[in-house]
Design a protein around this ligand. Structure first.
Ligand code: C2E
Ligand code: MG
Ligand code: MG
Length: 631
């Protein structure tokens, strides 16, 4: 029932009550005042007259109010519909999207801006739920907060990512309000939103500008520092090393002064391009200002790696830069600082790299320097050696020397061990101990060992052709090669190429190599053995062999390490160890072979203990093939 109907009913009821009250009261008063029936009749006429008059006044008053009320109502209705039209116009012309749902969350209205922003037409969304636009960007907790806020305060506003019809997701700034009816019940929800992707984009652009160098597009010092701090955090938790390289162009100022800043800028741009192209995505490269660049190596287990990167960068920068008709030659100097050995914080790391850079510049430029001086020399040597080794292989600077192995009973030379040497153009004959470990680190060892194998087999074939018979030629194979599954295939290929009988080849592997990774070694040794060659364990006694494992290995020989032979025949410990090794080898049906025999007494003692083979300066040093003496 409407308000006015309720009011009218209330008025009618009041009229009935007042009329009755008037009749009762007037009756009583008349009874009391008049005795005669004539007087009574006159009185009752009078009271009726008074009531009629009072009713007329009452009707007049209410009627007058009603009329003014009706006039007001029409005015109000007019105003309301005007307001509604205005609202609708605003609703339709506003740039903000508007969406109205009923209290159950079904969409009942959307405006034009909504269609423009979302790409949906009205009939595609009416009767649907706003969850249709969910982007998947927010978790359930986010939406729960919206509902809670709406329930508690009737309003929510914030950033929300939704999906357009095309599928693209975009950010909105949205305000949702609950609309309540006269009884205070929620009847609708109105959401007003604007597309803020443009604002977001410019925010990102701003952030990009704040963190990048506009000339080269590389990260700037701010971002670099940030990345360094992050990298140190990760490195610390993963217990690994990082390196920071600070690089500066040599004599850049004179290019700038001589050719002008525009050309200087062009050069810097090209330096940045060359560097970032060459370093690749995994390394952070930044322009820290002027002609200074920073490189962050997030994984740097050895100082040698940072040094070798620096060396390569220096080499790369030596190539001329050609542009705009100019051909510019530049050089760079690099300072290196390492985490955790040199510094524990990003700031300190940068400072140390800076003083290392100063050192590199002071040393004559076009070079690198490490923060720690001793490391510089060490790393320099290693980096140089690694670089030179590559050249040595290409230019045939490696040599194979042969050391005789004698039968201790007869004294006759029965075999030889191949030992590699490097005939360095400046350093002279370099022993394997100086370059094999570096070759192992850089991966060159594979090429070296196979090259030695090929030389040894070819030499053995030549000796055979000359009628010089030997029971075996031994070669050393690095444990690093054990990780190559195809090792046996490469050995087989060398045997096939040289035509050597596999039974004449002995492959030596060190005891520690075999024991470090017994499972892999076991497989490799079996495969090699299947080729028909013989296997020996080198430097036996130094690698803490497990006897159990030793028994499982397809090995035919143990070579007693020269460290135990040196103390013979007087040192009790060496005597005991050598005796045990010989007994062990014999019990397992293996040959024993002693290394490092320098004196006749050592050879005699070993023979007495049952060792059949011996090698050492007493019989001959490692020497070129043609220097071997044949009995
Ligand atoms: P190794 O295989 O145990 O070789 C024996 C080493 O002892 C050789 O050193 C040899 O010159 C030295 N030697 C031999 N007799 C005596 C002696 O009476 N007294 C003393 N003091 N030393 C003696 P070299 O040639 O310097 O080789 C050192 C090590 O380098 C070798 O130890 C071997 O492990 C490794 N090596 C040599 N050539 C190669 C190769 O082609 N490939 C691989 N992977 N390693 C090799
Ligand atoms: Mg050896
Ligand atoms: Mg040895």
């Amino acid at each position: 029932m409407s308000v006015s109907a309720r009011d009218a009913l209330r008025m009618a009821a009041l009229y009935v009550v007042l009329s009755m009250l008037w009749l009762v009261v007037a009756g009583r008063v008349l009874d009391h005042l008049f005795d005669g029936s004539v007087a009574m009749a006159v009185g009752s006429h009078l009271s009726s007259l008074i009531w009629v008059l009072a009713s007329a006044v009452l009707i007049f008053i209410t009627r007058a109010r009603l009329l003014s009320f009706i006039g007001l109502g029409t005015r109000r209705r007019k105003q309301d519909s005007e307001r509604l039209r205005m609202a609708e116009a605003v609703f339709d012309t506003t740039l903000e999207g508007v969406l109205v749902t009923d209290r159950t969350g079904l969409i009942v209205h959307v405006n034009r801006a909504f269609m423009r922003i979302t790409g949906y037409q009205q009939d595609e969304v009416l009767g649907q739920r706003p969850s249709k636009f969910k982007s998947g960007h927010h978790g359930p907790e986010f939406y729960r907060q919206i509902y809670t806020s709406l329930a508690q305060t009737g309003e929510w506003s914030g950033e929300i990512w939704n999906r357009r019809k095309r599928g693209e997701i975009y950010p909105q700034w949205q305000t949702i309000r609950a609309i309540r009816d006269d009884q205070g019940e929620v009847s609708h929800y109105v959401a007003v939103f604007s597309d803020i992707s443009a604002i977001k984009h410019s925010e990102q652009e701003l952030a990009y500008l704040a963190h990048h160098d506009p000339l080269t597009g590389l990260p700037n010092r701010l971002l670099f520092n940030d990345r360094v701090e992050q990298a140190l955090g990760t490195a610390q938790s993963h217990k690994r090393g990082c390196a920071l390289l600070l690089m500066d162009l040599d004599h850049f100022q004179s290019i700038n002064d001589g050719l002008g800043h525009t050309l200087g800028d062009q050069l810097l741009k090209r330096v940045a391009e060359r560097l970032s192209h060459w370093l690749g995505a995994g390394v952070t490269l930044a322009r820290l200002g002027g002609d200074e660049f920073g490189v962050l190596l997030e994984r740097c287990p050895h100082v040698g790696e940072a040094a070798s990167l620096a060396r390569d960068v220096i080499e790369h920068m030596k190539e001329p830069f050609s542009f705009e008709g100019h051909r510019l030659f530049i050089s760079v100097s690099i300072g290196i600082s390492l985490f955790p050995s040199d510094a524990l914080t990003g700031e300190q790391l940068l400072r140390n790299a800076d003083s290392a850079l100063f050192k590199a510049k002071a040393n004559g430029r076009a070079d690198y320097a490490l923060y720690t001086e001793e490391l510089t020399a060490h790393a320099q040597h290693r980096v140089e050696t690694a670089g030179e080794l590559r050249r040595a292989l290409e230019q045939n600077e490696l040599r194979v020397y042969f050391q005789p192995v004698h039968d201790l009973t007869s004294g006759v030379m029965v075999g030889v061990e191949s030992l590699v040497r490097w005939e360095h153009p400046e350093r002279g004959l370099v022993p394997p101990g100086d370059f094999i470990p570096i070759a192992e680190r850089t991966g060159l060892i594979g090429e070296i060992d196979l090259w030695v194998l090929r030389q040894a087999c070819s030499q053995m074939m030549r000796w055979q052709a000359q009628g010089r018979s030997l029971a075996f030629v031994a070669v050393n194979i690095s444990s690093r090669l054990f990780s190559q599954r195809g090792l046996y295939l490469e050995v087989a290929q060398v045997l096939a190429e040289t035509g050597m009988n596999p039974a004449l080849l002995e492959v030596e592997v060190t005891e520690s190599a075999v024991m470090d990774d017994p499972e892999v070694s076991l497989e490799q040794l079996h495969r090699l053995r299947e080729l028909g060659l013989r296997l020996a364990i080198d430097d036996f006694g130094t690698g803490y062999s497990s006897l159990l494992r030793l028994k499982r290995l397809p090995v035919q020989k143990l070579k007693i390490d020269q460290g135990f032979v040196a103390g013979l025949p007087d040192d009790d410990d060496d005597i005991a160890i050598v005796r045990v090794i010989i007994a062990l080898a014999r019990s397992m049906g293996m040959q024993v072979h002693a290394e490092g025999i320098e004196q006749a007494e050592q050879a005699d003692f070993l023979l007495q203990q049952g060792c059949q083979l011996g090698q050492g300066y007493r019989f001959g040093r490692p020497m070129p093939a043609d220097a071997l003496k044949w009995g």
